[in-house]
Design a protein around this ligand. Structure first.
Ligand code: NDP
Length: 604
């Protein structure tokens, strides 16, 4: 097979070659166990998920009171829901959170080098409302965590919050028209409404490598960083690793940020890679408020809307953020006029050409920055841009030019082969390690009400999971389901998504607060009819096949259930987040009362 050169635009022949190369690279990595190749951080591996940031969990008495709204989850979803509710005058909002404070992902992930790879001015929510203006184009994790705390403080969410507490069940009491919320701390309190904001990538996972329990060196997961062992802080300075042989498994978005920092601290760093990430230009820099447009009211909402339009493939007159996310997305619009079939723009061919151009540039960059040709070749990603989370770094690739860093490519053995008491075996070679860091990601969607981790019992004792097993997911707009009054779900299911997920969550929070407001105003419960669900499912079903086709051809990862493709079914609104938000806005103005039903007579 003749492999295409990276610096020339794709021709039909090269496109065929690229497709074949992508297929071969995918086959090298698909494992028959699919998602079953991983182990959860529970039972014997539970210590990997323990909270390293609070010390002893503070004692408290169980609660048996009543609040207006219970919010499950204290990440940005729960914080924004709480803030939007408090803004409209809801008195008692109780956020229940497993971690020791607000922040969600940014509470747990504090690894060295942690930053957000979405521009801080569009990622940090409620900048207009808090008056906060980030200093850097890409905010460090600690700044993001503090912003989460800032919003929670400003909107009084600490007053009723419960930390280090997991909700264990939600049960609807029809007579009282309330939810009974039980927790693992013995609480059993009541709430008129429940909003679930449980996140998707919440539980760290480990590779199910034979012998993993035999390893005797020091080990931890990136989302529970052990600064007691490494020393230093998210800014670096890990003096505890001096002279040590350190290994890291995983080269996803986390690995790409943490590996340059580990290389600075370790005696020698071994990077165990199965699939290279696409590593695009970062362009980190300070930005003045004027440059961000922050000297005008409403600037942040305008900027994040502009970002959403561009990354969703919609036309925008100007690109306010102008980074590699937006430039890659805008390429398709630029190329589209050159690809026509029967006089019409040929979207699919233009999409593939744009994709190849972006990925060729990313592969070129590896060749230009990494001196050793074999290492450079192993670091080149051979799949479509959207198959895996794109990453951005100006430090990652040069790290592999250091004498004290070794890249161990494990693609041919489908990853690490096994672990021993002394270290890791890959390609038949044992690498002895003092410390092994798992940058191996998270189980998808295991913490919420769709996973069984949190049982929900609705009207007539119907369990949400049983209803979903029998009839598939049934919602109106992804938020509400018949039989589960006053339960509002935040997340991507039959809803919309985007790379800037805090924007999605904020739109969801506004919507959730509006649903509660409408129910209070009309003295009703929020609950869609089955007909309204049918209509919505019909709309969502229109888009499913394209996604399936795309992800089936992708290299394995959590985006496509480790190579198995996405599950069938009406999983998302098919016309993108911009259209979805417009639809929700119009619906709130014109039709919101459609989702209200009279309260059961006993309680009125
Ligand atoms: P990922 O799931 O993306 O990456 C896990 C890594 O572990 C992959 O490189 C995977 O290889 C590797 N791996 C797993 N098992 C083995 C094995 N047996 N042998 C060798 N390698 C193995 O997790 P991340 O924590 O990197 O990222 C998760 C998500 O978190 C991102 O997709 C993103 O959504 C979010 N994130 C966002 C950031 C931001 O700035 N906004 C920053 C960091 C994370 P393979 O690819 O072959 O499966």
């Amino acid at each position: 097979m003749t492999l295409p050169q990276c610096d020339t635009p794709p021709t039909p022949q090269r496109t065929a070659d690229l497709r074949e190369r992508y297929r071969i690279e995918r086959e090298r990595r698909v494992r028959p166990e699919g998602p079953g190749q991983y182990r959860p951080t529970s039972a014997e591996f539970g210590y990997f998920a323990a909270d390293p940031y609070i010390g002893a969990v503070p004692e408290r008495e169980p609660l048996h009171d009543t609040v207006d709204v219970a919010v499950v989850g204290g990440g940005f979803g729960g914080i924004l829901a709480g803030a939007r509710l408090r803004r409209q005058g809801v008195a008692r909002v109780r956020v229940v959170e497993k971690g020791g404070d607000f922040g969600g992902t940014w509470y747990w992930n504090r690894y060295p080098g942690i930053h957000c790879d979405i521009e801080s001015h569009v990622y940090l929510p409620m900048l207009d409302e808090t008056g906060y203006v980030p200093e850097w184009k890409y905010a460090p994790g600690e700044e993001i965590r503090r912003h989460a705390v800032r919003i929670a403080e400003q909107f009084g969410l600490y007053e009723d919050a419960l930390f280090s507490t997991a909700v264990t069940s939600l049960a609807w009491d029809e007579a009282a028209q309330q939810w009974v919320v039980a927790t693992d701390r013995g609480d059993e309190f009541r709430a008129t409404y429940v909003i679930t904001a449980t996140g998707t990538l919440t539980e760290p996972k480990l590779p199910g490598i034979p012998g993993i329990e035999e390893y005797r060196g020091h080990t931890f997961h990136t989302s529970r960083w052990d600064y007691g062992y490494t020393g230093g802080s998210p800014e670096g300075g890990m003096t505890g690793l001096a002279g040590k042989r350190v290994g890291v498994i995983g080269t996803g978005a986390t690995g790409v940020q943490v590996i340059p920092m580990l290389a600075e601290g370790a005696g020698h760093l071994y990077v165990f890679q199965r699939t290279p990430s696409s590593v695009d230009v970062r362009g980190q820099r300070r930005m003045t408020p004027q440059e961000a447009g922050a000297d005008r009211g409403g600037w942040a909402a305008e900027r994040r809307e502009n970002f959403l339009r561009i990354v969703s493939g919609e036309h925008a007159e100007q690109d306010l953020v102008a980074d590699r996310w937006t430039e890659s997305a805008a390429l398709l619009e630029k190329l589209l006029p050159s690809f026509r079939r029967d006089g019409e723009p040929d979207f699919e061919v233009a999409y593939e050409a744009a994709d190849h151009t972006t990925m060729n540039a990313i592969r070129d960059r590896v060749a230009a920055e990494v001196t050793d040709p074999a290492t450079a070749a192993a670091l080149q990603p051979w799949y479509r841009y959207a198959c895996k989370r794109p990453t951005f770094s100006d430090r990652y690739l040069p790290t592999f030019n250091r004498d004290d860093v070794t890249l161990v490519d494990t693609a041919d053995s489908h990853g690490i082969e096994r672990m021993t008491a002394r270290g890791v075996v890959a390609g038949g070679v044992e690498y002895e390690l003092d410390c092994l860091v798992f940058a191996t990601g998270f189980s998808v969607g295991v913490s919420g009400i769709t996973s069984g981790g949190l049982p929900v019992i609705g009207r007539d004792g119907v369990r949400l999971l049983d209803a979903r097993a029998q009839h598939g997911p049934r919602t109106l707009h992804g938020f509400t389901s018949n039989g589960f009054p006053n339960l509002i779900q935040m997340g991507s299911m039959q809803n919309a998504s985007s790379v800037n997920f805090t924007h999605i969550l904020d739109e969801q929070a506004v919507h959730a607060a509006a649903l509660v407001g409408a129910a209070e105003e009309h003295c009703a419960v929020v609950e869609p009819t089955r007909e309204a669900e049918d209509t919505w499912i019909g709309i969502c079903a229109q888009g499913a096949p394209d996604h399936e086709w795309f992800h089936a051809g992708c290299t394995p990862g959590y985006y496509n259930r480790e190579g198995r493709g996405r599950p069938n079914g009406p999983l998302a609104y098919p016309h993108g987040a911009v259209a979805f938000h417009d639809l929700l806005r119009r619906w709130r103005e014109e039709n919101i009362t459609e989702v209200l039903q009279a309260k059961a007579s006993a309680s009125v």
